[in-house]
Design a protein. Sequence first.
Length: 522
Amino acid sequence: MERRAFVAAVAGAAGAQVAGRVPRAPASQRVPRRTGLDLSMDEVTIAELQSGLRDGRFTARDLVEHYLERIAQVDRTGPTLRSVIESNPDALAIADGVDAERRNRVRGPLHGIPVLIKDNIDTGDRMKTSAGSFALADTSAPQDSGVAAKLRAAGAIIIGKTNLSEWANMRSSHSSSGWSARGGQTRNPYVLDRNPCGSSSGTGAAIAANLAVVGVGTETDGSVVCPSHQCGLVGLKPTVGLLPGDGIVPISHTQDTAGPMARTVTDAAILLTALAVSGDVDYARPLDPGALKGARLGVLRQDFGFDARVDHIMEQSLAALRDAGAVLVDPVKIPSAKKVGDPEFQVLLYELKADMAAYLARRTDQPHRTLADLIAFNTANADRELPWFGQELFERAEKKGPLSEPAYRKALAACRRYARVEGLDAAFTRHRVEALVSPTGGPAWVTDLLNGDHFGGGNSTLSAVSGYPAITVPAGFVRDLPVGVTFMGTSRGEARLLAFAYAFEQATRVRRAPAFVPTLTP
């Protein structure tokens, strides 16, 4: 399709469905025109694109061409986000296939929609799955992960892999989120010298910058919700087991999960529907702007207080929840939350060693078979792999024994006790609440490759260790930096969490597109 006609068609599709969506950013907050980008595509939703595809205003191939061009102009040059580690060389051919199929049937709301996924999710194609490391960068996975297979079955087009904190930020405690040897340092599209958080850094930055419609990240503890929060996105960490877990470079089988990252709650719900193992729940259908009316929500005050500016945004968010009809139980206290950290760390070390060996054994395309092999590779390639920080977490994990050891079983039991029984389960039961509300974190810190990350607070650990769902939604800005609010729920409680998040989003509508500001000035 001729470019001008395509842009006009997308603009028409966007204008046709404006009800219940987050407003576009003003022109001053979008990518400058000198980049040559089509600004009418900023903040477009799945529903708007499906409207245009259905009416023949444009094709899936047009969409893929647009986003690949945008990746070239924003990610590789221009602001140079370094959020996409690799583009799919077969994306246009796949788009032609789904366009042809559309003449006879449409698989669902993701049919023909471009998607980006994190570079620790296997795809059985010509793209690599490297977890950001050169150790796996020369080969491709033998088959699709469950997540990739679900996306393809839904008709989505995987247009590329996103950069990440190498090995999902489990190599060093002094790492910089969003840095990988293969991809370099991902930048935050709101303020370029700020960090996008991690480990799903590239997905967060890319979807915020409109390099695809939606994306998939993975989380062990905070790796979906933190980059979503710092990049102004909706990010859902599902119940562990709700999404397929096979074919993902692991840390912990008790905590790892993929999760949707999107600019709107509706788009996150659509993506979750396509990814869920059961496939029998439409998470987008029950979204209702009145869902907060009468809902009992607990306020985790113990997570406040690390930043007065974030507290101010949280108070505004709580007021919005009350105005929308929620009944706030304030405060809710979970004393056992302070006890979770050490046993969680021990579990992650044990499971990293065991789970990585199991994953590598299935990757017959590459020579490494154990965590010790990866450590040796990093040592031999220190100039590329270890220029900024080491691999002390890998080394500590390698010293652990098998999962049959009493120390592992004791730590795992402690995790379940403190995060579930005495933690979230107790809070939900005692206070009769449907969800808990807390700040997701502080504003993005300045990226510091020499000294590593500077986290400013927040709480992802209770939901991560319990395996229960959590969703972050844009709540406000500290200067030009996004801040999110988290809703935590019970096991398999995604439908209610999404409903609450949607009602909050519609009541507040605070998201705006990034402006690619180089740095904050006084």
